[in-house]
Design a protein around this ligand. Structure first.
Ligand SMILES: Cc1cc2nc3c(=O)[nH]c(=O)nc-3n(C[C@H](O)[C@H](O)[C@H](O)COP(=O)(O)OP(=O)(O)OC[C@H]3O[C@@H](n4cnc5c(N)ncnc54)[C@H](O)[C@@H]3O)c2cc1C
Length: 412
């Protein structure tokens, strides 16, 4: 059995710690702020196992440019951050080239196929089985053109085993009477679920780990120490070093800096997303709804109806621009009339996004004692429990359930 040091107590790090602990390993968690509000606290709560389409610019024409010109549009790049984004952006352009797109979609689908059973198992163990709602998700379209434009994407998903079916406008009204009657097409994605509240999962996971003997060290990690082949260390900003036999780096959008300390290169950008949660409108929808042409989603969480989306590239330090949350809410009012604003809460989170939409799961190029688990982008909640299982397999020296080659840090 190992002593495993996990850096990062977001949903991914906590899930890795949970899986390692269940396999009998001793666990130490390192985070600069265990209760801090990171991506894992305020996300949309979707278990989006159908999402196997890589982010790509292929076939989009001038659309991204038009989005960039709209100051509160779905895509934004802060000019001061643009030069830093260049290597990531060039790698993004390669996603659509040759057979890359299909290969990445296959890898995402293989990982996503594990996710619902693994996530359900984790919730069962935490006593949170009732927090998961398996009612699918609806993707809705206002125009024939929008629906037609997405047909190739739906086919791509079908080829990878995703189950979905078209829903008539009458059926849509019955399924979601809270939606304005403006939608011409709707697709029910059976392979999708949502949870009550992402923050609650994170809080309960942390508590269970503590009860089961995990050690918690509050420290800002500044680097990894692999000088001693028998053990590995995490250096803190305050000079302390936390030692273990194995280290798991699960620090979300901040992970690349730590990997760099042992000369592992990873391209991970903070893709900032925004939302607003409306406690008084929680029962407006029955399931997550994806507004395809407008690029936002609404999820009926137990804490309120959460409306959000957007992709803003501004680095890790720039202050949030909550005008984006407000713009998304304004847009949502067209489709969800009479929303209740009382107690509305705005939020921003840093998605840890790789240019090929695949997380980094696997060992360092320079030490078998350092494992990576970061870069889950839009799907960190969805893929959390499965990432934990895969990392635990690697800790145990077992063959993981899927081929991890596409997820290796060596691909950068
Ligand atoms: C608007 C929005 C909606 C989303 N919706 C969904 C969804 O519906 N479904 C889904 O699956 N995913 C969704 N996501 C994505 C998901 O939230 C993320 O992929 C996931 O939370 C990433 O988890 P993480 O544990 O890797 O990172 P984080 O939650 O960011 O956690 C990283 C942790 O590492 C710590 N840390 C970082 N650096 C250091 C350091 N140097 N020293 C010590 N500690 C450190 C931080 O304090 C933090 O606690 C959404 C994201 C956003 C922003």
């Amino acid at each position: 059995m190992h002593h495993v040091v996990v850096v990062g107590a977001g949903i991914v790090g906590l899930s890795c710690a949970w899986a390692a602990q269940r396999r009998g390993h001793a666990v130490t968690l390192v985070d600069r702020d265990f209760e801090g509000d990171r991506a894992s606290h305020g996300n949309a709560g979707g278990i989006a196992v159908a999402e196997c389409i890589p982010l790509s610019l292929a076939g989009m024409g001038l659309k991204p440019l038009r989005w960039l010109l709209d100051p509160l549009g779905p895509l934004a790049i802060r000019p001061s951050h643009a030069p830093h984004l260049l290597p990531w952006f060039l790698a993004l352009r390669r996603v659509g080239a040759g057979a890359n797109y299909a290969r990445i979609g296959d890898a995402l689908a293989a990982l996503n196929r594990l996710c619902l059973p693994d996530f359900t198992g984790m919730l069962d163990d935490l006593g949170l089985a009732g927090d998961l709602h398996r009612r699918g998700a609806l993707t809705v379209y206002e125009s024939d053109a929008g629906y037609e434009a997405d047909k190739a994407s739906w086919q791509f998903k079908r080829e990878r085993g995703v189950r979905f079916h078209d829903v008539s406008t009458e059926a849509l009204r019955e399924l979601e009477p809270g939606l304005a009657p403006v939608f011409k097409h709707a697709v029910m994605v059976e392979d999708w679920a949502h949870i009550n509240d992402p923050k609650r999962i994170v809080d309960v996971l942390r508590e269970r780990l503590r009860e089961r003997g995990a050690r918690f060290v509050r420290a800002e990690a500044s680097g990894i120490d692999i000088g001693d082949p028998a053990r590995v260390g995490i250096r803190g900003n305050d000079g302390q070093v936390v030692h273990g036999d194995k280290v798991v780096i699960a620090a979300g959008a901040w992970s690349a800096r730590l990997a760099r300390s042992i000369a592992d290169r990873a391209l991970v950008e903070s893709e900032r997303g925004y939302n607003t949660t409306l406690p008084g409108s929680a029962s407006r929808l029955n399931r997550e709804v994806i507004f395809a042409e407008r690029m936002f989603v609404a999820t009926p969480l137990s804490v309120g109806l959460r409306i959000g989306g957007a992709a803003e590239f501004a680095g890790l330090e720039a202050p949030a621009n909550y005008k984006r949350s407000a713009a998304l809410l304004k847009l949502a009012r067209r489709y969800l009339p009479d929303l209740d604003d009382e107690g509305a809460k705005q939020w921003m989170g840093n998605r840890p996004t790789t240019p090929d939409s695949l997380p980094v799961i696997g060992p360092s190029r320079h030490s078998p004692n350092v494992l990576y688990a970061f870069g889950h982008g839009h799907l960190g909640l969805t893929q959390s429990a499965s990432t934990g299982h895969l990392v635990a397999d690697l800790l145990d020296g077992k063959q993981p359930g899927i081929d991890l080659t596409p997820f290796s840090i060596a691909r950068f």
